[in-house]
Write a protein that binds this ligand. Structure first.
Ligand SMILES: [Zn+2]
Length: 297
């Protein structure tokens, strides 16, 4: 340790050893300030017992303060004190996160004692696991609408945007960004003749075409991101087990998304009819032609 340690007499040492052990068993946070001071005393026994007592008081201490006082002891010149410090820090779980780098250094050191390397590895796992649990417990809130976000929504949104959005806002933000990037008009709220809300003019034409042809369909309004690429919503025709997909844009991202989706569908043996904005002027005719490969229409 860089700080000069305070010297004490043998008699003082014996007195303190007893007091420190007692303090560790009190469950009283008021003793912690004294214990923190004992960490700076020039006695291996006093420091070791103090570290141990601070670990025992983990449930009662202000964790950030205790961890802050313990971290310098990871550099103590006595290996046993480093060992007790590693153990004490584990008791602080996620609050010991600031100590992780120092503990990792111990774990990967080639001059450190075997038992410290082993304990450091254990402590890293304990602290990381505690951080994970603490993170999962935290309620995640959509930054756009303030709604509580489910873990799967959270994962999706963080992956795509590194921000927390609920599924609803995810789609909106996605469409907004794409519109901005490509100047392609996409509107989430286009109403078809049967009242379905679709996302583009092309999708409205498809919906109306199916309705007028008396073909039942389901419309899936979720945009999905598969391996980073946008996957467009589907029309699904349950009577024929056919999917229809409308690609409203011509960006690379969409093209790759389209290829990925086609591949996925092929792998699963699904019937997929793909149409794009380029077909828009002729969409009904093209649909009729493509559909008639599968069904009588
Ligand atoms: Zn939201």
């Amino acid at each position: 340790m860089k700080d000069l340690l305070k010297p004490i007499t043998k008699q003082q040492e014996n007195y303190l050893k007893k007091k420190i052990v007692e303090a560790g068993n009190t469950g009283d946070p008021a003793v912690l300030e004294k214990l923190f001071r004992c960490l700076k005393i020039d006695s291996v026994h006093v420091r070791r017992l103090s570290v141990s007592a601070i670990g025992k008081l983990a449930k009662f201490a202000k964790p950030e303060v205790a961890v802050g006082n313990l971290i310098p002891l990871l550099q103590d010149k006595h290996p046993q004190i480093r060992q007790y410090t590693i153990k004490a820090l584990s008791a602080y779980g996620e609050f010991a996160k600031p100590a992780l780098n120092d503990i990792k250094e111990i774990a990967s050191s080639n001059i450190e004692k075997e038992y410290n390397i082993r304990d450091a590895e254990k402590a890293i796992n304990v602290i990381k696991e505690a951080c994970k649990v603490a993170e999962e417990k935290q309620v995640k809130i959509c930054v756009k609408c303030g709604k509580k976000v489910e873990p799967d929504e959270f994962a999706r949104s963080m992956k795509a945007f590194s921000r927390v959005y609920c599924d609803h806002c995810f789609d909106e933000v996605y469409i907004m960004r794409r519109n901005y990037d490509t100047k392609v008009e996409l509107n989430k709220n286009i109403k078809t003749s049967d009242g379905t809300l679709v996302q583009s003019d092309g999708e409205r034409i498809i919906s109306d075409f199916l309705k007028h042809s008396d073909i039942n369909y389901r419309y899936d309004e979720r945009i999905r991101i598969i391996e980073g690429y946008a996957i467009r919503p589907d029309f699904y025709l349950p009577e024929f087990d056919i999917y229809i997909e409308y690609w409203g844009m011509d960006t690379i991202d969409y093209k790759i998304g389209m290829l990925k989706k086609r591949k996925l569908y092929q792998q699963q043996g699904k019937k997929l009819i793909s149409v794009s904005f380029k077909d828009k002027g002729n969409l009904e005719k093209i649909l009729l032609e493509k559909l008639s490969r599968y069904i009588k229409i």
